[in-house]
Design a binder for this molecule. Sequence first.
Ligand code: URA
Length: 441
Amino acid sequence: MTKKNNFNAYSIIAKKRDGKSLTADEINWMVNGLVSGQVEQYQMTALLMAIYLNGMSVAETAALTDAMLYSGKTLKFKGENVVDKHSTGGVGDKASFILGPIAAACGVKVPMMAGRGLGHTGGTVDKVESIKGFKTALTLEQFKKQLDKEKIVLIGQTKDIAPADKIIYGLRDVTATVESIPLITASIMSKKLAEGANGIVMDIKTGEGAFMSDIKNAKALAKSLRDTAKRFNKRMVTYITDMNQPLGNYVGNSLEIIESIETLKGNGPKDLTDISVKLAGAMIYIAKQATSLKEGEAMARESIANGKALAVFKKLIKVQGGDDKVIDDYSRLPLAKVITEVKASKAGYVSSIACKEMGLHCVALGGGRHKASDKVDLGVGFIFKKKVGEKVAKGETLVEIYHNKNQAAIVKDISAAMTKEIKISQAKVASPKLIFEIKEI
Ligand code: URA
């Protein structure tokens, strides 16, 4: 049992286990104790399970966010125009590469601190590392300098920012406590607040390929995030968007960079373009560069049409040491050389694509990780030639699998699984709804 300052881990755990509310001091003591080593990881794990089972009030969630936020360094930027976006993650979600440059082209300062792939979902940092030379490990000083100068910066998580989250996330990941609204809220908000964003646009994914698979929980998470943002005096717009099929048509690290560049050139698929423009529009709006979401969205579309957003992305690649010629020459990306096609076994309309399974197939090919130390293959992935609602003829290509020569056996298994997981119906199927809820504070 750990004792200090009249608190002890045992009674704090017991209090939460019995459904009572914790004080900010108790929460703070546990989080600080975890980081300093005074509270054992198994004690924190027990508390996390108690929180998972009994929930937390808005005040407790804010106190947990606060304790995690101040467990490391915090950045501060002047001006309301420092705005970031966070997605709860999905398959084919490459919107950051599109909306970041759009927002920066429209007067927003965008401090992107992104993650690596997690479970079946891909990670922004892995994807951008398909661009040769792109450095995602800048110091916080370099991060600040670049944001001021270029209005946009993209780095991976550093150990200085919210270190308590790193430990707590690791514990949750292996103890079945990830899907907890207060724990997700504190995890996301502590990182976003520490990186210095004054406004945040949240893209909460819902559906089969999302961590929050049902809409009721997605709405509750959106509310919890807004309530916490309000307590920290930050502007926020929450979007709940569809993750029942991959976003866009390309899944896999290099492939997603290609689709992002094509979208910035105005050639992107409708779902990816619409989501990117809407979220960027919200960033522009809460950064006070537009007077409404609608005006922000129009500015975002214009920045694609006039090439300014693409120019920002090219510059971002260059200033972070990457090969900016990839913008016009995709052969400079490490794309896998062999393509195997998955064909439709019958004619009809695509009625569903098992989204999470598609993410897991990409991981199985080497495009994601089974454990943190795994090396990611940046070249493998899929191009979905047909999405939900589209008509397909018998024998037509549903998916192109990009893989390496020595992967014939696994590709055979994936092709067979995809034939079952991409359902085709005789009846016409409508294109799925993309956005379920938009709320701002
Ligand atoms: N993303 C995070 O950063 N934290 C969570 O807990 C879940 C998703």
